[in-house]
Design a protein around this ligand. Structure first.
Ligand SMILES: Nc1ncnc2c1ncn2[C@@H]1O[C@H](COP(=O)(O)OP(=O)(O)OP(=O)(O)O)[C@@H](O)[C@H]1O
Ligand SMILES: O=P(O)(O)OC[C@H]1O[C@H](OP(=O)(O)OP(=O)(O)O)[C@H](O)[C@@H]1O
Length: 232
């Protein structure tokens, strides 16, 4: 049986993933020309590479359609219900660092923590005639953090697929949940992370689909050992 490794075809994760594999002695090349979405690892015949987008890699790992993949932990935890039952994070790769955070307008001076935000949410309908709204593409992470972790139930998620930080200023939502690395987009949009508002500290990870046939497969053991030796 051929093992399939999914690597990012584009975007932030692509170069870092190829570089980690190269350091691990696994030289990845595209089959055919550079636009090809299939590749191979030089010198290893029964392993194939599929080039996919980072978010697709998370979904394909969850479905068991690929064996190993490199993608962001945020995408794994957002895309998959009970992610730890379906996949294993085998190594943290030391690039693609970004935090998924709860951020509020700077001018909300009295709101520093999730508890403060809970108070605001509880009063919101009485004050404004509607629920507190949160712009995000991270539905699952937001619901888990607000409802399960902090017991905040009175809010509404407004889906945002881009320029999320602009939502409070445009009136599309009151607050946001989004990914940040340098923090400059938040600052430019007059937003502030709550003191306990970091939902997840994400980075690029080597992730394995949990499949029984991997147990005792020397190819899987060798791939994991090689990448782990150079991770971080
Ligand atoms: N500053 C950052 N902003 C956004 N994502 C970042 C940042 N730094 C690291 N990342 C990581 O990169 C991932 C997004 O990468 P990319 O845009 O290539 O993925 P994608 O969602 O598959 O792309 P697309 O939406 O085009 O299909 C994030 O989910 C996160 O893990
Ligand atoms: O904390 P920072 O370093 O400012 O980075 C965070 C920003 O970068 C990403 O957006 P990007 O503009 O790259 O576009 P994208 O939403 O298409 O990923 C992300 O969605 C944030 O908006």
């Amino acid at each position: 049986m051929t093992l399939t490794i999914a690597l990012p075809s584009k975007g932030r994760m692509k170069d870092g993933a190829i570089a980690v594999f190269a350091r691990a002695g696994l030289a990845v090349s595209a089959i055919g020309n550079d636009r090809s979405y299939r590749g191979r690892v030089e010198g290893i015949d029964d392993v194939e590479v599929a080039f996919l987008s980072a978010s697709e890699i998370a979904r394909e790992l969850g479905a068991g359609a690929v064996d190993l993949g490199v993608t962001g932990e945020d995408l794994v935890r957002e895309s998959l219900v009970r992610a730890d039952e379906r996949v294993e994070i085998c190594a943290r790769l030391g690039f693609g660092h970004a935090d998924v955070v709860v951020a509020v307008p700077d001018i909300w001076k009295d709101v520093d923590s999730m508890a403060d935000l809970g108070d605001v949410a509880a009063d919101f309908r009485a004050r404004h005639g509607r629920r507190l709204t949160i712009a995000t593409k991270y539905w699952r992470l937001t619901q888990n953090f607000f409802s399960t972790r902090h017991g905040i139930q009175l809010y509404r998620i407004v889906e945002s697929l881009g320029a999320t930080e602009g939502a409070p200023a445009s009136g599309a939502a009151d607050i946001i949940v989004d990914i940040t690395s340098t923090g400059s987009t938040l600052t430019a949009n007059h937003l502030r992370i709550l003191s306990d508002g970091v939902i997840l500290k994400s980075e690029a990870c080597l992730v394995r689909a949990r499949k029984p046939e991997h147990d005792g497969d020397p190819r899987m053991a060798a791939l994991l050992a090689a990448v782990r030796a150079v991770a971080g």
